[in-house]
Design a protein around this ligand. Structure first.
Ligand code: NDP
Ligand code: 2IT
Length: 444
């Protein structure tokens, strides 16, 4: 058995019940075969892959808090500190009932390669809880966040581990978490990113993941003789990433016709009115079906099915494995020619393989959604300098980083004889920097 296959078998055996983690590891290892096979003896002797797939540390803890009825609730809290070869652990916190250790290991593993691709000095980590913020009062969310941070604060720091937002964690939650960290430690430091602008946040961080997604999409299209202007786009989700991907796609002349949430999706043939969506999601914390109350010509459909809408470009921006093989086939049959992943691992492995086999342009999440964490790293730089850069300055840096990520994935794919396969290209380019740092730092 090749070294790569041997390691995958061990991961499955030693991490039972963690299907998403197995899936993420398999995709990366399959890409790395091209690199590892040529250096198998060297890497095997150093147990390079064994170390790459094992988190440096996982912290798991109890999060007790009191709800509005005076009832004590208990959630599970985690931080997966996956790899610090190239910088302090960096990655978001997810609050969603589906969160468990396997989900956070998959996200932490992806983050290692994504963060490497940004070219900035950040290692990989992820954390979160099975707490469900939906339907909770602000006071309940604050009580949870304060309890979560009371434990997490022991393990993080501006030069150690810097969490940020992810599903269910936005400006409100980061504010509560930051306040509690400061209260416990007395430190006013860049320990979290995605902070409010008046207490150390960076301009563009709110927009960064969605804007970055569209910047790299635009670059991929241009490199393949196509353009974004005039194209019809379907975006899934209606959270932070989906909203700002829609905004930038519209600014660049595309027409976004659909958005969704976990209940259903809206179709607006005239193009999504984003101010209506922002009011529903960012102000009222409502459901996407409320869109039709403001735009009666739009159609709301309960359940899944957003990928059956005819489009040129699909941007999955909700969650893992939201786009399966049947969805991929439906997209292709309707003329879709490009897919870029705003979410982490939104396409199943079968869907990803279908896109590649059918020569559709496909940019995987760890490259396509790296603009969020890249701008977080820019927030860390500003905090260290005790300066704030202008919107245009951060936006220009973000664009530059996304164009560079495209170049890295494109070049690595060409170097290994799989031109146009940005999955292999991103995995290899991300791996190269991390492995070089790991080899240089000895057996740690
Ligand atoms: P938000 O919480 O702001 O929005 C999430 C959106 O996805 C909501 O519309 C939500 O619907 C939907 N969604 C979440 N879980 C599910 C599910 N299980 N089934 C169906 N729909 C679901 O999160 P973000 O926009 O921040 O994150 C979206 C994706 O982007 C995630 O994969 C995240 O890891 C990734 N990402 C985020 C970055 C960031 O900077 N925020 C950076 C890089 C990647 P509902 O409200 O009904 O739950
Ligand atoms: O998946 C991700 O890259 C994020 N949720 C953003 C992480 C960050 O540290 O900004």
């Amino acid at each position: 058995m090749s070294y790569v296959d041997e390691i995958y078998a061990k991961v499955v055996e030693q991490n039972p019940g963690e299907a998403e983690f197995h899936q993420a590891v398999k995709e990366v290892l399959d890409s790395l075969k091209l690199v590892i096979d040529a250096n198998e003896d060297k890497y095997r002797k150093m147990a390079l892959l064994e170390r790459l797939v094992e988190p440096e540390r996982i912290i798991s803890f109890r999060v007790p808090w009191v709800d509005d009825n005076g009832q004590v609730q208990v959630n599970k809290g985690y931080r997966v500190q996956f790899n610090s070869a190239i910088g302090p652990y960096k990655g978001g916190l997810r609050l969603h009932p589906s969160v468990n250790q396997g989900i956070l290991k998959f996200l932490g593993f992806e983050q290692v390669f994504k963060n490497s691709l940004t070219g900035l000095p950040i290692g990989g980590g992820k954390g979160g809880s099975n707490f469900d913020p939906k339907g909770k009062s602000d006071r309940e969310v604050m009580a949870f966040c304060q309890s979560f941070m009371t434990e997490l604060s022991k393990y993080i720091g501006a030069d150690q581990d810097v969490p940020a937002g992810d599903i269910g964690v936005g400006a409100r939650e980061i504010g509560f978490l930051y306040g509690q960290y400061k209260r416990l430690t007395g430190l006013y430091e860049g320990v979290l990113t995605g902070k409010g602008l008046n207490y150390g946040g960076s301009l563009v961080r709110t927009q960064a993941t969605g804007y970055g997604l569209v910047y790299i999409l635009d670059e991929m299209l241009k490199n393949n003789g196509k353009e974004l202007a005039g194209k019809t786009v379907v975006v899934s989700g209606s959270g932070n990433v989906a909203i700002y991907a829609t905004e930038k796609a519209q600014q660049l002349g595309a027409k976004v016709v659909a958005l969704s949430d976990s209940n259903g999706y809206i179709y607006d043939a005239d193009g999504i009115k984003l101010d209506v969506v922002k009011e529903i999601k960012e102000v009222r914390r409502g459901r996407i079906k409320e869109y039709t109350a403001s735009v009666p010509s739009a159609v709301y459909t309960e359940g899944k099915g957003i990928w059956t809408i005819k489009c040129d470009i699909a941007l999955p921006c909700a969650t893992q494995n939201e786009l399966n093989l049947d969805d991929a086939k439906a997209l292709k049959a309707n003329g879709c020619f490009a897919v870029a992943e705003g979410a982490n691992m939104p396409s199943t492995r079968e869907a990803t393989d279908f896109f590649l086999e059918n020569n559709m342009l496909f940019m995987p999440g760890k490259a396509a959604n790296a603009g969020g964490v890249a701008t977080s790293a820019l927030e860390m730089s500003q905090n260290s300098q005790r300066l704030s850069w202008s919107f245009d300055e951060v936006d220009a840096k973000l664009k530059d980083i996304m164009v560079n990520i495209f170049a890295k994935a494109n070049d690595a794919a060409k170097r290994y004889g799989v031109a146009g396969n940005y999955v292999a290209g991103a995995n290899i380019a991300g791996f190269e920097k991390v492995v070089d740092a790991m080899m240089a730092q000895g057996i740690v």
